[in-house]
Structures are given as C-alpha cells and as structure tokens.
Design a protein around this ligand. Structure first.
Ligand code: FUB
Length: 331
C-alpha cells in the first residue's frame, strides 16, 4: 500500500479545520430609512402618506429642533424639513427637543414633544407643519399627581374618539385622557405598571386588544430593548407574556435597538416598527439611526420577536403603498 504524503495530510487537515471554524459571512444590517443621525421615531399615517417624526440627534442629547420625513411606500423617504425649533418657537424651553409624536383630529395636526424634560403641544394645518406652540406653556410637567419624568409622549385615539396621552421615564408610566380639543388634559393621570419599564411607551389596538410596547434599559446601552404586553382597556392593567417578552433586542452590529413607533398599513393586517439603533459604524446612544422592521403576530395575537439585522423589504420590492380605499379597518 502506498504511504500517504505527510505534508499533503497536514495541508488537508489545516484546510478542513479552517473551513469548519470560519464564521459565516457577516450579514449586512438594514440601511437606515432617514438621513443623518435620528432617534425615537414616531411613525404615523395621514391620508395616503407615512410620516416619521424623530429626535434629531446632537451630542449629549442637546437637541434643539424637530424635522419630519414622508414616504408613500415605506421605502423611499423624503425629508420635508424642520417643523419646530425650540430655540425660537417656544417661550418656556430652548433645549432637549426629544421624542415627539403627532396625531390628527378633524383635519388639524397635533405635535407632542419634549423640551427641557416637559411635554408641549403644537398645532398645524398640515402634517409637515410648521407647528405653532398651542399653549405658551407645557402641557405636562412633573409634580403633584404626575410622578414620572415627563418625556416620551405617545398619543392613542380609540375607535370611540377618546384620545389618550401616555408618557414617562424612570420606572413609571402614566396616562391622561385628552379633551376633544387635543390640547387639554381630562381628569387625573392613571399609572399603568409595566414590567421593566424605562421609557418610549407605544400603544395601539389590533383586533380589539390594546397592545403596549416600551423600551427597557438605558438608551446608551447596547442592551436597550423592547418589551410588550396587552390589555382589554386603554387604561390597563397590562399583562406581559411569560415567553418572548422581549421582541426587539441587539443582534450582530445592530445594538441599542429600541424606542420605536408602530404603524399599520391601512386596510391590511400588516404592521411595521420604526426603531432606532446606535449608528453603524461608530455610533452610540447620542448618535443613532432610524430603521424599519416588519412586525408579525402569531395566531394567538402574540408579537413575534423581530431581528434588527433583517431588512423588511428585498431589493426591487414596491413597499407598502397605501390603497385608495382601505378594505378592512384593523384598528
Ligand atoms: O432622545 C433622547 C432620549 O433618549 C429619549 O427621550 C429617550 O427615550 C431616549 O431614547
């Protein structure tokens, strides 16, 4: 029998070890949907257009102005421009312009935003502004019955027309009913206990159930993540699942993935999440990027965990243009 060549054996062994231990090619993270450094996206539909209202990041969260982006299909995004500059447009704060949201009622647009740790409201005739401070003072400020930090507002309007403003940071989340004018609070706040709550509350309704989602940990941490629960009532109580309580968390180069907004494609049961991550490359909690993920549900209504390394659309997809006549209202 012919003896094997020891050098050839060594070469074959080395090659097989290298092949077995080589990491699979690194997957590319999805491209951000907005240009520049942005965070805390609220994503909304008005008419046939999607809008994203984010924080415009600056070092140490010393942010001063808000801009809005629009899209007809969730793929192509256009910067519409600045809609509020807290250094010029407010009498009561000039810094820390954070985490806004926008709501529509009877053809008027209501922009809720943070400035200097208080929540204000501004109004406009178009979703693209310009917005004008409605009160000349904050709508919400910590103190008295308001026991949480007054940042990160989220407005939800129920099918019966009752609107709610949810907010909070620290460990407590509170909610007020809004009066029909959308710029006045109605009654006392209600605290809704949420598991591991830190900030970034989101509320929406699907198939008659109220979904609550929120951010956990510090926005500067790679482990910043999203948990959730449901309720039978917009004022809670909220129950979180034992399994898959966290539905968005870091993966690969996508870290600090949280503080999101949720949008339903009108007339469908398709849902998307706009969230931020630490910018890739070289980002951090003050330098973030807004991305999009598709949010799917199991048959029992539970939210399926999302992967921040997955893109919601493939090259060539047409995205989610809004049908002229919605077929079914899923709100
Ligand atoms: O963008 C400033 C702050 O960072 C937000 O208010 C928090 O939710 C966190 O994302």
């Amino acid at each position: 029998m012919k003896r094997p060549n020891p050098l050839a054996l060594l070469a074959a062994l080395t090659a097989s070890v290298l092949t077995a231990s080589a990491a699979p090619p690194a997957a590319e993270p999805p491209r951000p949907i907005l240009d520049g450094f942005t965070a805390d996206p609220s994503i909304r539909v008005f008419g046939d257009t999607y809008y994203v209202y984010p924080t415009s990041d600056k070092p140490n969260w010393n942010t001063t102005d808000f801009s809005v982006w629009s899209s007809k299909n969730l793929i192509d995004w256009k910067k519409e421009g600045m809609i509020l500059d807290v250094t010029k447009d407010l009498a009561w704060a000039d810094l820390q312009a954070w985490a806004p949201d926008c709501a529509e009622r009877d053809g008027k647009y209501y922009f809720y935003f943070c400035a200097r740790g208080k929540i204000g409201v501004a109004t406009a005739d178009k979703p693209t502004g310009p917005f004008k401070d409605a009160l000349g003072k904050p709508l919400l400020e910590k103190g008295g019955k308001i026991i949480t930090n007054t940042i990160d507002p989220w407005v939800f309007t129920d099918d019966n027309g009752q609107a709610y403003i949810y907010f909070g940071n620290g460990s407590k989340m509170q909610v007020f009913k809004l009066k029909p004018d959308m710029i006045a609070l109605d009654g006392d706040p209600v605290e809704i206990p949420l598991r591991e709550f830190r900030e970034g509350i989101v509320v929406f309704k699907r198939h008659g159930r109220y979904y609550f989602m929120w951010s956990i940990d510090d926005a500067r941490s790679p482990d910043y993540r999203v948990g959730w629960g449901t309720a039978d009532n917009p004022l809670g109580p909220v129950k979180s699942p034992a399994r898959d309580f966290i539905v968005l968390r870091k993966n690969g180069t996508a870290v600090g993935t949280a503080h999101h907004g949720v949008v339903n494609v009108p007339g469908t049961d398709r849902w998307y999440v706009a969230y931020h991550r630490h910018a890739i490359p070289n980002g951090n909690g003050y330098q973030r990027q807004v991305c999009l993920a598709r949010m799917d549900f199991n048959a029992d209504g539970s939210i399926r965990p999302m992967d921040p390394m997955a893109s919601p659309f493939r090259p060539g997809d047409r995205g989610e243009p809004i049908a002229q006549k919605p077929i079914k209202n899923t709100r």
